[in-house]
Design a protein around this ligand. Structure first.
Ligand code: BES
Ligand code: MN
Ligand code: ZN
Length: 500
């Protein structure tokens, strides 16, 4: 990951490869948003904006020679769109603008960023965006990585409060947060021949150690222990693969915890659909079906590294959904942890089965709130698209997660759990089916299914099916491939609990 420093110096004087400043659109054209740049340079850029085809729109990044009066070689203009009515820019705009600029600078060693930050929260957003934009996944490429795949190594952020303790704390937090998001992206991007349930459990242990997450304890249940423990959901989904399932539990329990929160993650290391096999086109991105578990792992690690006064237990529900000879069949009935029975009507609705066991385990262990995060349904994408995640659960927790997402700058939207959809759970032979007889409200039906396993514990359900994996072009600080979505929201939720 890139290293991060703060500076209070005049940006024109900084010894760096690239100086990043903002542009914005105003009623009379494009304005350069930088106080301390040479006035001539600013005037020139603003006057030539139409011919440079500059608009100042978000996600517009342009690199120009910096001229003789700026020490950096190049000037990078990153669009901020329009100012808010109070003259400032939204934090998420700053985050994305910093990210887009740094991303465009891959192959460049150092960058200084002079964007308009009015307080520590703005500074944090710029730092986060810059570090999140400095990402590439290269372990599986042979030879030297191409320049465009070498992220910026040194990031310097210009702020008048560079020496303040609060600014330093914001930078420290940004580094921990970015490491967590990068770690999540790495796991999502890892090919499924190498990332199977046991390998994921090992990777979890390694990540706790490497990132120095002191105080995180980790226990692993293997396939035999899962069967013996009555985890019929995880065991059933995993039985079609030669590579058995695992349930990983991560515990961070600081001495003076204000709250105890569980976070359960879906970790299907590859989802073929099982016997209810997916068509090939639907299978291509299914290595990302463990994005929830990856986000949970790195949220627990980040919480520990930040020393948050909140107890957090992470549950990683790991299985590979394969159609092997021992695979579960449509019509099988499985007994879940806790004793409820489920008739499998579609083996491709496997996420809710592994998550149900994880939720029961979380409730058994006693928590003030249980959150779960999963690439659960294709219906999430039909309802909300590829950039907005769905949010369900107990009203109060759902709203608390929504607030956390807003603070973190991640797009989540609250969805209902309409009562009439519950009728679809009815089974002729078991307590419930895992897949509704019709497709209407598929994301919400899955939410209802999960709610059967949380009892009275306040609960929030995050469906990240679309946003967890970017199949299109990169934008802002978001790369193609694994995005790391959810980590920032979960961490903000825990930070909110730490304050109250
Ligand atoms: N992992 C998928 C959901 C998914 C789809 C995530 C596309 C990301 C992108 C999940 O296990 C699944 O297959 N869900 C089924 C449920 C259906 C059988 C009730 C779906 O959405 O089609
Ligand atoms: Mn599936
Ligand atoms: Zn799945």
């Amino acid at each position: 990951m890139a290293d991060l420093t703060l500076t209070g110096k005049n940006p024109s004087s900084l010894k760096t490869d690239a100086l990043v400043v903002g542009t914005c659109s105003t009623s009379d054209g494009v304005a350069v948003v930088a106080d301390q740049l040479p006035a001539d340079l600013v005037r020139q850029i603003e006057a030539l904006a139409p011919r440079l085809r500059l608009t100042g729109a978000t996600d517009e990044v342009r690199t120009l020679p910096a001229g003789d009066d700026v020490r950096a070689d190049v000037l990078v203009l990153t669009g901020l769109g329009e100012r808010d009515s109070d003259g400032t820019f939204p934090r998420e705009t700053l985050r994305a603008a910093a990210g887009a600029a740094v991303r465009s600078l891959a192959g460049t060693s150092s960058a200084a960023i002079a964007l308009p930050v009015v307080d520590e929260d703005d500074l944090a957003a710029v730092a986060e965006g810059a570090l999140l934009g400095a990402y590439a996944y290269t372990p599986y490429r042979s030879g030297e990585p191409a320049a465009e795949r070498t992220p910026v190594e040194h990031v310097e952020i210009v702020t008048s409060s560079a020496r303040s303790a609060r600014a330093k704390a914001a930078a420290h937090r940004a580094e921990i947060l970015a490491a967590a998001v990068h770690g999540t992206r790495d796991l999502v991007n890892m090919p499924p021949n190498d990332l199977y349930p046991a390998a994921f459990a090992d990777a979890a242990k390694a990540a706790v150690k490497e990132l120095g997450a002191k105080g995180v304890k980790i226990t692993v249940l293997d396939d035999k222990q899962l069967v013996a423990g009555g985890y019929g959901g995880i065991a059933g989904v995993g039985q079609g693969s030669t590579r058995g399932p695992r349930l990983v539990k991560l515990t961070y329990a600081p001495a003076k915890a204000t709250s105890k929160v569980a976070v359960v993650g879906k970790g299907i290391t590859f989802d073929t659909g099982g016997i209810s096999l997916k068509p090939p086109a639907s299978m291509v991105t299914m290595k990302s079906d463990m994005a929830g578990a990856a986000a949970v792992l790195h949220t627990v690690i980040a919480a520990a590294r930040l020393g948050l006064p909140v107890a957090v237990t992470g549950y990683l529900c790991l299985a590979e959904n394969m159609p092997g000879g021992a695979a579960q069949r449509p019509s099988d009935v499985v007994t879940m942890r806790g004793g409820k029975t489920v008739e499998i009507t579609n083996t491709d609705a496997e996420g809710r089965l592994v998550m149900a066991d994880g939720l029961v385990a979380a409730v058994e262990d006693g928590h003030d709130a249980v959150l779960d995060i999963a690439t659960l349904t294709g219906a999430q994408m039909v309802a909300l698209g590829n950039r907005t995640s769905g949010l369900m659960g107990t009203d109060s927790v759902r709203d608390e997660v929504k607030e956390a997402a807003d603070v973190a700058g991640e797009a989540f939207w609250p969805m209902p759990l309409p009562g009439e959809l519950k009728a679809g759970l009815k089974s002729l032979v078991a307590d419930m089916v895992n897949s509704a007889p019709d497709r209407a409200g598929g994301m919400l039906f899955a939410g209802h299914f999960l709610s059967e396993f949380v009892g009275d514990t306040p609960w929030g359900h995050l469906d990240i099916a679309g946003p967890s994996y970017n199949e299109k072009a990169p934008y802002g600080y978001t790369p193609a491939g694994g995005t790391g979505v959810g980590v920032r929201t979960l961490l903000a939720f825990l930070e909110g609990r730490a304050e109250s």
